[in-house]
Write a protein that binds this ligand. Structure first.
Ligand code: PBG
Ligand code: ZN
Length: 324
């Protein structure tokens, strides 16, 4: 066996040029997806206080922002909606003239961006849960019917991919069936497959006013102590017809991303969530870390773990500042 002093691994790190050509993982920014909040209640745009640099956009503003993204070279966006009115059933989520539906139609008409749209109820329900409430419980099967309606309303407007994030059992199968029977065989499903119940979503919930008014999401989102169960969740979504699988959050879950990459042949997305953004941004603003270097390291790490697509609030920054 070749050992020191014959073996000298430092030889391969001797100059910037050598290090560069030997780098194993190279992030392709084209594979990054930029999340966008479209807010029915505002004019212009509004910065999200817990996520400096990230905004909620009115419909018009979202369309011009999308054009700006396209000019920058960004390939895809993930839309979230904030409705004017919320109710018990989250009916604005499946209204054909709801905020996301309008945004899908216009961005589709005016750009060539790939449009992913988050499919859930929590931004639209008065109680902030991701499904229909019966007493204190979130009902699974009746919720699926509403998810089907949301999927259809997005597909009618020309969405490229729906992204169900509610973690109800059977959601992918129910949505696939709805799409297929309504003539939308080509609409992609990107399933939030292994989505963990995480405090890292709290800036998002502030952004979208979607925190649950009672209890929490642990009866549907996963326990972060569970690795094998995450694999079962992904298997379930694949069986049900998911086209793209997802692990969320990303940075604390690189083991799950790696395992999913090794086990499954499907395109794999990783969602670097709101607090991953806020934590890095905050530390950088307080001069504790260097922003560009940490964006580079964290994004490369998610890619090295095996993600094909990376959903990140840093996408716009990465393009603007040529981080990759
Ligand atoms: C909706 C949804 C959430 C996120 C994506 N889709 C919030 C939640 O589950 O509470 C979180 C994204 C983020 O934190 O960036 N269910
Ligand atoms: Zn939800």
């Amino acid at each position: 066996m070749k050992m020191f002093p014959d073996l000298r691994l430092r030889r391969l790190r001797i100059s910037p040029e050598i290090r560069e050509i030997l780098q194993e993982t190279n992030v392709r920014k084209e594979k990054m997806i930029m999340p966008m909040f479209v807010d029915e209640r505002i004019k212009g745009k509004e910065e999200i206080s817990s996520m400096p640099g990230i905004f909620r956009y009115s419909e018009d503003e979202a369309v011009s922002k999308a054009k700006e993204y396209e000019d920058l070279g960004i390939k895809s966006v993930l839309l979230f909606g904030i409705p004017k009115v919320k109710d018990e059933l989250g009916s604005q989520a499946y209204d054909e003239s709801g905020i996301v539906q309008r945004a899908i139609k216009r961005i589709k008409e005016e750009t060539n961006l790939i449009i992913f749209a988050d499919l859930c109820l929590c931004e639209y329900t008065s109680h902030g849960h991701c499904g229909i409430i019966n007493g204190q419980t979130v009902e699974n099967d009746s919720t699926l019917e509403l998810y089907a309606k949301i999927a259809r309303s997005y597909a009618i407007k020309g969405v490229d991919a729906v992204a169900p994030s509610g973690m109800m059992d059977g959601q992918v199968a129910r949505i696939r069936k709805e799409l297929d029977t309504n003539g939308f065989k080509d609409t992609i499903i990107m399933a939030y497959s292994a989505k963990f119940a995480s405090p890292l979503y709290s800036p998002f919930r502030e952004a979208a006013y979607s925190a649950p008014s009672f209890g929490d999401r642990r009866s549907y989102q996963m326990n972060y102590g569970n690795f094998r169960e995450a694999i079962r969740e992904i298997e379930e979504d694949i069986e049900e017809g998911a086209d793209i699988i997802m692990v969320k959050p990303a940075l604390f879950y690189l083991d799950i991303i790696r395992e999913a990459r090794n086990r499954f042949k499907y395109p794999l997305a990783a969602y670097s969530v709101s607090a991953e953004y806020s934590m890095i941004m905050n530390a950088a603003q307080n001069k504790i870390i260097d922003l560009d270097s940490v964006i580079k390291e964290s994004t490369t790490s998610i890619s090295r773990a095996g993600a094909d697509l990376i959903i990140s609030y840093f996408t716009e920054y990465i393009y603007r500042n040529r981080i990759f």
